[in-house]
Design a protein around this ligand. Structure first.
Ligand code: SAM
Ligand code: DTB
Ligand code: SF4
Length: 314
C-alpha cells in the first residue's frame, strides 16, 4: 500500500507528467473512448436527521428542499426506463435516511430494487448505514452495488459531520463487502479541506481491501442554507489532480466524475476523462440539485468523439 507521502508525491507531479501517467494506466485497463452513464433517483428526499454540512437534505438546514416520502414503485420504474433509454446502464437510488431500519419501507425498497434489476440495469442503492443482513437482502433482491462515501480524510470528516463517525462509515462498507455487494465509495472535493486531507482521503480508500469497485469524486455543490454555502469552488486543475491520482491508485476501479458538473466547462470535463474518469451521472438532477441533462451529455460525447459505454438496446 502506498504511504500518504507517496500519494502526495504522485498528486504533486508536474501536471503533464501526472496526466500522462494517469492516462497510461487508464488505457491499460479501460477503453478510454467510453464513458459509463449512470442516473440518480432520489427515492426518499429531505428531512434527514444527520448534520452533514454539505447536504441540502439535512432537516436542520433551511435549504428549500421539499421533503418527500418513499417514491412509489411505478414512478421509480418510469425514471429507470427513461434513464435506460437515454443510455444509462446503472440506476442509483438514494434515500435521505440515517440508516436502514427493517420494516415496511425497506421491504418496499427491496421490491423496487428487484424490478429495476429486471430492466437489465445495474442497480446501486445508497440508504445510509446498514448491517450485513440488510446488505444480503439487497443483494438477494438484485442490487449490484452499495454507495457509501467516506467523503474526506478522517480528520476533516469530523469537522463536517458530528452525528456519526468515520468508523461508522467504514463499518457499513465492511457489511456491504461481507454481503458480496460491490462497494461504491468516494468523496467530495471543495469543502474547504486542505490538499493533505484529500491525500488522506485517497489513502483511506487504499486501505479498503479490496478497494471500492467505483469511486465517485464529487465537487461540492454549495447549496444556500447549508453551512458550506458560499464556499469557493476548488481551482479546476486541483480537481483534475484528484481524478488523475485516483486513477493511478485504483487502476481497475471506476472513477466517477460525479456532482458539480454544471459548474465545469466541457474542456475541464474532457480533461477529467483524459485523466481517467470513466463514468458520470447524467439526467437533469442529481438527488436534489441540477445536473447536465442527457441531451447535453450526448452532445458532449459527440463533440469529444467518445461513446456511451454499453447502452442497452430498448
Ligand atoms: N443518506 C445516505 C448517505 O449519507 O450515505 C445516502 C445519500 S447521500 C446524499 C450520498 C452522498 O452524496 C454523500 O455521501 C455525499 O458524498 C454526496 N453529497 C451530498 N450532498 C452533496 C453536495 N452538496 N455536493 C456534493 N456531493 C454531495
Ligand atoms: C455520490 O457520490 N454522489 C451522488 C451519489 N453518490 C449518491 C450524490 C450527489 C448529491 C449532490 C447533491 C444533491 O443533488 O442533493
Ligand atoms: Fe442525510 Fe445522507 Fe444528506 Fe447526510 S448526506 S444529511 S446522511 S441524506
Amino acid at each position: 500500500m502506498p504511504s500518504t507521502a507517496e500519494i502526495r508525491a504522485i498528486h504533486d507531479l508536474p501536471l503533464p507528467e501526472l496526466l500522462f501517467r494517469a492516462a497510461t494506466v487508464h488505457r491499460a485497463h479501460w477503453n478510454p473512448e467510453e464513458i459509463q452513464f449512470c442516473t440518480l433517483d432520489s427515492i426518499k428526499t429531505g428531512a434527514c436527521p444527520e448534520d452533514c454540512a454539505y447536504c441540502p437534505q439535512a432537516a436542520r438546514y433551511d435549504t428549500g428542499v421539499k421533503p418527500e416520502p418513499l417514491k412509489e414503485k411505478a414512478r421509480v420504474l418510469e425514471g429507470a426506463l427513461a434513464a435506460r433509454a437515454a443510455g444509462s446502464t446503472r440506476y442509483c437510488m438514494g434515500a435521505s435516511w440515517r440508516d436502514v431500519r427493517d420494516g415496511e419501507p425497506f421491504d418496499q425498497v427491496l421490491g423496487i430494487v428487484s424490478e429495476v434489476a429486471a430492466l437489465g440495469m445495474e442497480v446501486c442503492v445508497t440508504l445510509g448505514m446498514l448491517n450485513v443482513d440488510q446488505a444480503r437482502r439487497l443483494k438477494a433482491a438484485g442490487a449490484t452495488v452499495y454507495n457509501h462515501n467516506i467523503d474526506s480524510s478522517r480528520a476533516f470528516y469530523e469537522t463536517i459531520i458530528s452525528t456519526r463517525t468515520f468508523d461508522d462509515r467504514l463499518e457499513t462498507i465492511r457489511a456491504v463487502r461481507e454481503a458480496g455487494l460491490e462497494v461504491c465509495s468516494g468523496g467530495i472535493v471543495g469543502m474547504g479541506e486542505k490538499i493533505d486531507d484529500r491525500i488522506h482521503f485517497l489513502h483511506e480508500l487504499t486501505l479498503l481491501d479490496p478497494p471500492p469497485e467505483s469511486i465517485p469524486i464529487n465537487q461540492l455543490v454549495a447549496v444556500e442554507g447549508t453551512p458550506l454555502a458560499g464556499t469557493e469552488p476548488p481551482p479546476p486543475l486541483e480537481f483534475i489532480r484528484m481524478i488523475a491520482t485516483a486513477r493511478i491508485l485504483f487502476p481497475r476501479s471506476r472513477v466517477r466524475l460525479s456532482a458539480g458538473r454544471t459548474a465545469m466547462s466541457d474542456e475541464l470535463q474532457a480533461l477529467a476523462f483524459f485523466a481517467g474518469a470513466n463514468s458520470l451521472f447524467t439526467g437533469d438532477k442529481l438527488l436534489t440539485t441540477p445536473n447536465p441533462g442527457a441531451t447535453r451529455d450526448h452532445v458532449l460525447m459527440d463533440a469529444l468523439g467518445m461513446r456511451v459505454e454499453g447502452a442497452l438496446k430498448v
